[in-house]
Write a protein that binds this ligand. Structure first.
Ligand SMILES: C[S@@+](CC[C@H](N)C(=O)[O-])C[C@H]1O[C@@H](n2cnc3c(N)ncnc32)[C@H](O)[C@@H]1O
Length: 224
């Protein structure tokens, strides 16, 4: 997705905060990623959040880290992130407006890079990660590309795990809010898109309600 789409999401929805109700079958990949990341942040000192969005996750993780720098190519997201930072008491986080393939950081500046559904072009700037530093990510796809990047950039101790869970939405409005946030989808809360929402609802209807399968890959590796 281009940065105009992310700018629009930041402007219209204020970023990525979950604004719908849903329940999941069992613990999801997203929850597992968060718990594992907390442990890594305690162990490794200076962290880079690649594609930090509007920064609420970065700020949440700051409790477990000595220092986190987040960057994003959407100026609107970074403005929201800086606003949240100002409103908080947090002093160990900084946000930068930057493209993943052209970072304003020194070589080997970071002990850990984490990437929560962020840009894979971070591999073009892997110089910013220290030797034996860790890269840790979660994505819903592109796992072949990720494995290639890890191998081509000489990473070792590569670990890939796949997690699948079902997410159930109590109402069509919750379902519409979820899909409106998905890259490439229109605003289903806008009544002119009702016919598109109806089609989507039809495709996701089950006896237990509206369902979406959440599939996530959690990946981790160390830099040579
Ligand atoms: C799916 S969002 C995830 C945001 C955040 N990591 C989170 O978990 O809430 C992906 C983010 O990556 C950013 N992004 C995408 N491509 C980028 C690039 N090439 N350089 C920098 N940021 C990028 C987008 O602007 C967006 O905020």
């Amino acid at each position: 997705m281009g940065k105009d789409w992310y700018n629009m999401i930041a402007k219209k929805l204020g970023g990525y905060t979950k604004n719908w109700d849903s329940i999941k079958d069992h613990i999801s990949g997203e929850d597992i990623f968060e718990e594992q990341l907390k442990e890594l942040l305690k162990k490794y000192q200076i962290a880079l959040d690649a594609g930090c969005g509007h920064g609420d996750f970065t700020l949440k993780m700051s409790r477990f880290s000595q220092r986190i720098i987040g960057f994003d190519f959407s100026i609107e997201m970074i403005e929201k992130a800086n606003q949240l930072l100002e409103e908080s008491q947090i002093t160990n986080v900084q946000f930068f407006h930057s493209y993943a393939n052209d970072l304003p950081f020194q070589d080997e500046q970071f002990d850990i890079i984490y990437n929560r559904r962020g840009p894979l072009s971070i591999f073009r700037e892997i110089r910013v990660l220290k030797k034996d530093g860790v890269i840790f990510g979660i994505h819903s796809g592109a796992i072949d590309e990720i494995i290639n990047e890890l191998n081509n950039n000489g990473f070792y101790s590569i670990e890939i795990n796949e997690y699948t869970t079902n997410e159930y939405f109590p109402t069509e409005v919750d379902f519409a809010k979820f899909f409106t946030r998905m890259p490439g989808h229109p605003d289903y809360l806008d009544s002119t898109n009702q016919h598109l929402l109806n089609k989507l609802v039809e495709a996701h209807k089950t006896d237990r309600g509206l369902i979406v399968q959440e599939k996530r890959f959690i990946w981790k590796a160390l830099k040579n």
